[in-house]
Design a protein around this ligand. Sequence first.
Ligand SMILES: Nc1ncnc2c1ncn2[C@@H]1O[C@H](COP(=O)(O)OP(=O)(O)O)[C@@H](O)[C@H]1O
Ligand SMILES: [Mg+2]
Length: 235
Amino acid sequence: MENLCKSYRVAEKQLKVLDGLTVEFPEQSITVILGRSGCGKTTLLRVLGGFEEYDSGTLLRPPLHKMGMVFQEPRLMPWLTVWKNVIFGLPKAQVDPDRIRELINTVGLVGFENAYPAQLSGGMQQRAALARALAYDPELILMDEPFAALDHFIREAMQDELLRIFSVHKKSIIFVTHSIDEALLLGQKILVLDQGRVEQEFSLESFDYPRDILSPELIDVKKNIIKIITQRSIT
Ligand SMILES: Nc1ncnc2c1ncn2[C@@H]1O[C@H](COP(=O)(O)OP(=O)(O)O)[C@@H](O)[C@H]1O
Ligand SMILES: [Mg+2]
């Protein structure tokens, strides 16, 4: 995207949310959008997904991108089982039971295929939502703070799971978070967003997975990020 701008009209006023973003999102890579609450992360993701109009600038997407989206909350259909939720939206002819079984296995929900969302924990529901996004076999997955509502241990397991899936399938992933640690664990590229602008980009391609975020190198990156975010938000 180049020089992309977007504002909302709220009570007769223009609220500028994206203020001239120029970003390249590499394919088959995990790009993290990091920033505090209200800085425009969800708006950016929605613009990228084509769910939201923008005011000016350029957005170029490779053609025929199949896209999946995972939200902060699972958004499952409460009246459908795990299995039916996972295949929801797939044309019948495209439902390959072996593949769906494998996906359910990947997200650790074997034995719960016939359970309803209300019978699952929040973490399990979120894993079902991840399986649903993957069932569509998207080339691009947009993830909006997908693990933010999970407790620490499930969150770690899901981050590991995402990296495992990524190592096998090499999807293009754009992952929004407000957690610096999560950004350091997952991002090959980290964009620090503040007040509608990319304050800084970090390239972490040289750090292999799984990462030790307590390593001196990553602690240095973390200090840098904290400096950028705190400096900007005081002004
Ligand atoms: N549909 C909308 N209409 C008006 N204002 C909105 C809308 N969506 C978001 N905003 C405002 O835009 C800003 C950025 O929101 P958002 O993109 O959701 O940020 P984030 O995801 O980083 O928390 C916030 O000030 C929010 O109140
Ligand atoms: Mg948001």
